[in-house]
Write a protein that binds this ligand. Structure first.
Ligand SMILES: NC(=O)c1ccc[n+]([C@@H]2O[C@H](COP(=O)([O-])OP(=O)(O)OC[C@H]3O[C@@H](n4cnc5c(N)ncnc54)[C@H](O)[C@@H]3O)[C@@H](O)[C@H]2O)c1
Length: 411
C-alpha cells in the first residue's frame, strides 16, 4: 500500500485530534505542517517529530512541495473557504474541518471548486460517519419507523462557550470575523447534518429562525480588546418539501439543566439519538489518554420506541458492539465509521463517488439550513430554501493579517 503523505494547515487545537487519528490509520503519515504562528508550528513539529524543514508559516510555500498527496485544513471557520479553495486550486485533495463555511454561499464556493478542479474533497462531520447514524438511517430505509413526519435537532451546554467558559478552546470561536456564528455553527453542525443525512437529505422548503446572545458575559473573563460577539442560542423550525418538519434548538450557554435529545418520529416508531458523536470516536482517543477537551470517548446509542409483535416496546440498540462485530464480518464497513479513514479510502480508490458518503454535499445543505435561520432572523420572517440559496452572501475572509504579513485570497 502506497503511503499517503499529508500536510496540515493550522496547528491549533483540532489538529491534535487529527494527528491522533492519522497516527491510528495504517499507511497515512503527516509529513508537513503550517501555522501563521511560528512558535506554535515549531512546538507542534517537536510534539509530533516533524523536522523543522517541513514546517511553514505560509501554507502557499508548503503547497509548492512535490511530495505531498493531500492537505488537511484545520484553520478556523471563516478561513475554510479561502484556504480550501487555495488548496484545491494548487492541485491537492482537501479535507476541511467543520463547519464547511459560515454561510451557504461560502460552502457552495468550496463545493463548486472541488467540482471544477476535480479534487477529492471531504468535510469533517463525525456525527455522520457513525454507527448510530448508520443504524438510524437503515431503520428508516427498512420502514421500521413508518412514515417520518417530525424530527428534533438538539444541542445544549449549561455553560460551555468555547474560549470563554472553556478557556482551553480557541477564542476564535467567539469572534464574529473568524468564528462568525455561535453554537449552531459549532456543535449544531453535527446535529443538523446528522438529521439531514439520516432522513435522506430532504429538500428544504421553509425555515423560521431566531438567535440570541443574552446569556450574561462577565467582562472580566475576556482579556482587553477581545469581544464575545456571536450568538449563544439559535432556534428554528424547518419544513421540507417532502412534508417532514424539524425543530432546531442549539445553545452553548443556558440557565437550564437539560433540554432533551435529538429524535425522529414516524407513524410506526420513534428513535432517540443518545450521545451524538461530536468528538470522533475511538480512533481520536490518544493511547492511554482522554479525548480532547477532557472526558471519555462518546458512546453513541439509539433508543427505539414503537410496537413489536403488537406489544408496546422501548429498547436500546447498542451501536458500538453491533458495529464492532459488523466490521469483523465485513472489514469494508469499518471504512464508514470514521471521517479520516473514509477520506483516506476515497483517496486510495477503495471508495468512489458512488460508495462514499458525500460529506461536501451534506455539509453544504447543512450550511443552507443554518444560514436560513440567520437570514430569517435578519428579515424577521420565514424564508424559503430557494430564497436563501439566492440571498446568501459570501462572508469568508479575502485578506488575512498574520504576524509576518498579509495573505490575500483569491476565490
Ligand atoms: N477545538 C475543537 O474541539 C474543534 C472540534 C471540532 C472542530 N473544530 C473546528 O476546527 C477549526 C479549528 O479549530 P481549533 O479549535 O483548532 O482552532 P485554533 O484557533 O486552536 O487553531 C486554528 C489554527 O489555525 C492557525 N491559522 C490561522 N490562519 C492560518 C493560515 N492562513 N495558515 C496557517 N495557519 C493558520 C491559527 O494560528 C491557529 O493556530 C474550527 O473551524 C473549528 O470549528 C474544532
Amino acid at each position: 500500500m502506497k503511503e499517503l503523505r499529508i500536510g496540515i494547515i493550522g496547528t491549533g487545537m483540532i489538529s491534535n485530534r487529527h494527528m491522533t487519528v492519522w497516527s491510528n490509520i495504517p499507511g497515512t503519515k503527516v509529513v508537513a505542517g503550517c501555522d501563521i504562528d511560528e512558535a506554535k508550528v515549531k512546538a507542534w513539529g517537536e510534539r509530533y517529530g516533524i523536522p523543522e524543514e517541513n514546517l511553514y508559516v505560509d501554507f502557499r510555500e508548503m503547497l509548492k512541495r512535490d511530495d505531498l498527496d493531500a492537505i488537511d485544513v484545520c484553520v478556523h471557520n471563516n478561513l475554510h473557504t479561502p484556504v480550501s479553495v487555495a488548496v484545491m486550486k494548487a492541485g491537492y485533495p482537501c479535507y476541511c474541518e467543520k463547519p464547511m463555511a459560515a454561510s451557504y454561499a461560502d460552502a457552495k464556493i468550496i463545493y463548486d471548486c472541488a467540482k471544477a478542479t476535480g479534487q477529492k474533497l471531504a468535510v469533517q462531520i463525525s456525527s455522520i460517519y457513525n454507527l448510530q447514524t448508520r443504524y438510524a438511517k437503515k431503520m428508516i430505509e427498512e420502514g421500521k419507523l413508518g412514515k417520518i413526519y417530525h424530527a428534533r435537532s438538539v444541542g445544549h451546554r449549561r455553560e460551555g462557550r468555547p474560549g470563554f467558559d472553556m478557556p482551553m478552546f480557541s477564542r476564535d470561536f467567539i469572534k464574529k470575523d473568524i468564528g462568525v456564528h455561535g453554537p449552531l455553527c459549532d456543535l449544531g453542525i453535527y446535529h443538523l447534518a446528522q438529521m439531514l443525512y439520516i432522513m435522506g437529505m430532504p429538500e428544504l422548503d421553509t425555515v423560521y429562525g431566531v438567535s440570541y446572545a443574552d446569556y450574561y458575559q462577565d467582562p472580566r473573563l475576556l482579556p482587553d480588546g477581545l469581544t464575545y460577539d456571536v450568538e449563544d442560542l439559535s432556534v428554528g423550525i424547518a419544513k421540507f418539501k417532502n412534508g417532514v418538519s424539524l425543530d432546531i434548538y442549539e445553545d452553548w450557554a443556558m440557565h437550564m439543566d437539560e433540554v432533551g435529545t435529538s429524535f425522529i418520529a414516524g407513524s410506526m416508531g420513534g428513535i432517540k439519538l443518545i450521545d451524538v458523536d461530536t468528538t470522533g470516536g475511538d480512533l481520536a482517543v490518544p493511547k492511554g489518554g482522554r479525548i480532547m477537551g477532557g472526558g471519555e470517548a462518546q458512546k453513541p446509542t439509539l433508543e427505539f420506541f414503537g410496537y413489536e409483535d403488537g406489544l408496546k416496546t422501548s429498547k436500546i440498540i447498542n451501536c458500538q458492539e453491533n458495529g464492532r462485530k459488523e466490521a469483523q464480518l465485513d472489514p469494508r464497513m469499518a471504512l464508514y465509521n470514521d471521517n479520516q479513514v473514509h477520506w483516506a479510502a476515497y483517496l486510495r480508490g477503495d471508495l468512489d463517488d458512488s460508495t462514499r458518503i458525500d460529506s461536501p454535499f451534506i455539509a453544504m445543505e447543512t450550511a443552507l439550513l443554518s444560514d436560513a435561520i440567520f437570514v430569517s432572523q435578519a428579515l424577521n420572517r420565514s424564508v424559503t430554501g430557494d430564497e436563501v440559496r439566492e440571498m446568501s452572501k459570501s462572508i469568508a475572509l479575502h485578506k488575512q493579517e498574520t504576524p509576518w504579513g498579509v495573505i490575500e485570497y483569491d476565490f
